[in-house]
Design a protein around this ligand. Structure first.
Ligand code: MN
Length: 744
């Protein structure tokens, strides 16, 4: 480092040359003369293009692309194309070199990869929402996997050298790594990357715990080595007897996974015995793999007693990310549990390098191509036109595209592989979207099950259909795959469109009568005023009679053939519009005694703001403002269920909000009441308490009873949290009531 800081050009040149030599040594694949020349050309282009730039640490910038290329070669085992692209990955974005230059010199393929990398980077630099970013990552992934692999190497090098960044940037990068790159590394089977991502982000977020565990690992190293030798020694003779090359060694657990164990098992470091696993790696021909692995298993378990429940055979059925290995836990010396992993060199390479190694062995394993299948499902979701980026990310996370799979069967015995957590209804949609749409009942292992039944490995599933059946909103809660959800959503959308058409025509007539010129503009105003997401939602609400046309025109009038808001807002009950949201009635509302807020210290009237319907803030709640992409500012409660996600991913869109207390404002608050249903008097008791005694208005009230127990949801109009809390206390005092809670 000292030589860098002197700024001595000659020293720096040497440093760069040394890095390049290290890169060349790291390349394992045989290179043609052309490859060698092109790598050299790319290196020279990068050195020249970045010559004026420095990294945060003060180093010449070009050391970064060289290091990324070295990681690609050494740790992912990528070939010349990827190495050249990695060397050039930052030139288009940061220097005068254009994509055309690269295409001219290195051809179409490399230009495409560099372009993909540049786009990913710009998404990141613009601080665009992570959902957008993530969608981009995946779109490039299905186009050319190398883009994402190089991006992983880029991220890894940035993390390894993150020390010179300010703390808040480190935290942001750590959060992003955990959010996108770590699960992706897992899914792509890049085990070593995943481990290092987790370890480095832990080091950033929990530095004390990280260093403490690292220190303790170091202190206990000798004892561990002694133990491992004691475990291995009695196995060696029999292993040698198999007559094939093999490696056996102890492999320490990562710091993050030890930390995880300390947290989840609530034990101190000293009580964790599986700080390492024993690994046996056999070098055998492809057709003998299974045979030799089981033979090694038998050798180990002849000496150390196995715990049968801990046997995992991922050779016969590999994990969905391609992982193959035989795992068992045995009782080693001193009665300690020791995990043993048995695999072949090929399996070992796939386990460490996943996707990258996978191509090398294409066709060797008899398993269905796990990555191809996964990529297909990624493509399917990407192609769904109805899903925007945020929805897409939601689909992705809930859809468990990152998780393991569940294996089930059709009545004919064909295997169907679905993500873990998939339901019977997901199965129906997986067979064919028409089977999903018209599904009336499903049986699993010859027994009827609810459509939301969670499938288990080995289930045999039969779907009954009827062509008059149609999906409804509730179905959304009964599926977990993005595919089924997208299909249901788009069917619902069509349905809403058809139903809304009638309302649309009525509205059109009314506006024509009023001599309004632009229908679209007028509708846009209404959508905004009532807080709908789209015109379709407005039409649908009118169709469902949640909002009537006369109600709309209480707020608007014609002026110069344009629609304008009534200047003086009539003093009357707030208009309340209820809209179906994922099967649950949520209230949207326009409050007339207009609540006032300070937003980022300025009077809120300067901005357009509405209240979020996910958490229905009430005057007095702790709130924040969130700048939406199309609906102005939304006010959420700090403890809104969506708040964490918004703050983590769109921190730059969050604004501070404080109430300016307005006495006549009114807010909708939803309260859940449960209790003992001792006769028909319950409803009356509750409404009496609310309206007569507390003097509050009830917007809606639903109650359900079951075997003497009831559960009710009341939505109340209150002017502040004091009033709401008083109401909750007062209801709690009722004899038949056991709990009253505000709905989060
Ligand atoms: Mn970079």
């Amino acid at each position: 480092m000292a030589e860098v800081l002197t700024g001595n050009r000659a020293d720096e040149k040497l440093l760069i040359q040394r890095a390049y030599k290290k890169l060349l040594r790291a390349i394992k694949s045989p290179l043609s003369k052309d490859d060698k020349q092109n790598i050299r050309k790319a290196y020279e282009m990068a050195v020249h293009a970045h010559s004026q730039q420095r990294r945060k640490s003060g180093e010449p910038y070009v050391l970064h692309p060289i290091a990324v290329a070295t990681i690609c070669a050494e740790e992912i085992g990528l070939g010349p194309t990827a190495i050249i692209a990695a060397l050039l990955h930052d030139v288009v974005e940061d220097t005068d070199v254009t994509l055309m230059d690269i295409q001219r010199m290195f051809g179409e393929r490399i230009a495409k990869i560099v372009d993909g990398l540049t786009k990913l980077d710009s998404a990141y630099n613009m601080e665009s929402p992570q959902a957008e970013n993530f969608k981009k990552v995946l779109s490039t992934l299905v186009e050319d996997v190398r883009v994402v692999l190089i991006k992983m190497a880029d991220r890894l090098h940035n993390l390894r050298t993150i020390g010179s960044m300010p703390q808040h940037k480190q935290l942001k990068i750590a959060a992003e790594t955990n959010y996108i790159y770590e699960p992706l590394a897992h899914r792509l089977g890049l085990y070593n990357f995943k481990t290092e991502f987790l370890d480095i982000s832990m080091k950033i977020k929990e530095p004390e715990h990280y260093h403490e565990i690292a220190r303790k690992l170091q202190e206990t190293k000798r004892e561990r080595t002694r133990y491992i030798n004691e475990f291995i020694r009695p196995l060696l003779e029999a292993l040698d007897g198999m007559g094939v090359p093999y490696r056996i060694f102890g492999r320490p657990k990562s710091i993050f996974s030890i930390w995880n164990k300390i947290l989840s098992k609530r034990v101190p470091f000293e009580e964790i015995y599986d700080l390492f696993a024993i690994r046996i790696v056999l070098d055998v021909p492809p057709d003998k793999e299974k045979l030799f692995c089981w033979q090694a298993y038998s050798i180990v378990t002849d000496v150390h007693k196995p715990i049968p429940e801990r046997l995992k055979d991922w050779i016969t059925v590999p994990k969905s990310n391609g992982y193959e290995s035989l795992h068992t836990t045995v009782i080693g010396p001193k009665g300690r549990f020791v995990e043993v992993q048995i695999r072949t060199e090929r399996m070992d390479e796939i386990a460490e390098r996943g996707f990258a190694a996978h191509w090398k062995y294409k066709g060797v394993s008899k398993q269905p191509d796990v990555y191809e299948r996964w990529l297909d499902s990624v493509r399917e979701i990407l192609e769904d036109p109805t899903s925007d980026a945020v929805q897409f990310l939601g689909d992705f996370k809930s859809n468990n595209l990152f998780n393991e799979e569940v294996y089930v069967y059709t009545p004919k015995g064909d295997m169907v592989i679905l993500p873990k957590g998939a339901t019977a209804l997901d199965f129906a949609f997986n067979i064919h979207s028409d089977v999903g749409y018209h599904c009336t009942s499903i049986s699993v292992n010859s027994k009827l099950v609810p459509m939301g039944y969670k499938l288990d490995n080995g289930d045999q599933v039969k779907v009954l259909t009827n062509k008059n059946q149609k999906p409804n909103e509730e179905w959304l809660t009964m599926v977990s795959t993005g595919k089924a959800r997208a299909k249901i959503r788009s069917a619902m959308k069509d349905e809403r469109k058809i139903k809304g058409q009638i309302a649309r025509e009525a509205l059109e007539r009314k506006l024509k009568n009023m001599k309004i010129v632009s229908f679209e503009l007028a509708v846009e105003q209404m959508v905004k005023f009532f807080g709908f997401a789209s015109p379709t939602d407005l039409y649908y609400a009118i169709f469902m009679e949640e909002l009537t046309i006369p109600e709309i025109f209480k707020h608007f009038r014609e002026e110069e053939r344009k629609l304008v808001l009534q200047v003086k807002e009539p003093v009357e009950e707030p208009v309340s519009v209820s809209v179906e949201v994922a099967g649950r009635k949520a209230l949207r509302r326009k409050v007339l005694g207009k609540p006032r807020l300070l937003i980022n210290g300025e009077p809120g009237e300067r901005f357009e703001f509405t209240f979020a319907t996910c958490c229905n803030p009430v005057q007095g709640d702790q709130v924040f403002a969130y700048l939406t992409s199309n609906a102005g500012l939304k006010i959420h409660r700090i403890n809104c269920p969506n708040a964490t996600n918004l703050m983590a991913n769109y921190g730059y869109r969050i604004m501070k909000a404080e109430w300016i207390i307005t006495p006549n404002a009114s807010f909708v608050a939803e309260v859940k009441i449960t209790g003992i249903d001792n006769g028909p008097g319950v409803i009356e008791q509750l409404t009496h308490r609310i309206s007569s005694m507390l003097g509050l208005n009830i917007r809606s009230f639903s109650i359900e009873g079951n075997e003497g127990y009831f559960e009710g949801i009341v939505s109340l109009l209150v002017s502040n949290t004091d009033q709401l809390n008083l109401a909750i206390k007062s209801l709690q005092n009722l004899q038949s009531v056991s709990s009253v809670t505000r709905i989060e």
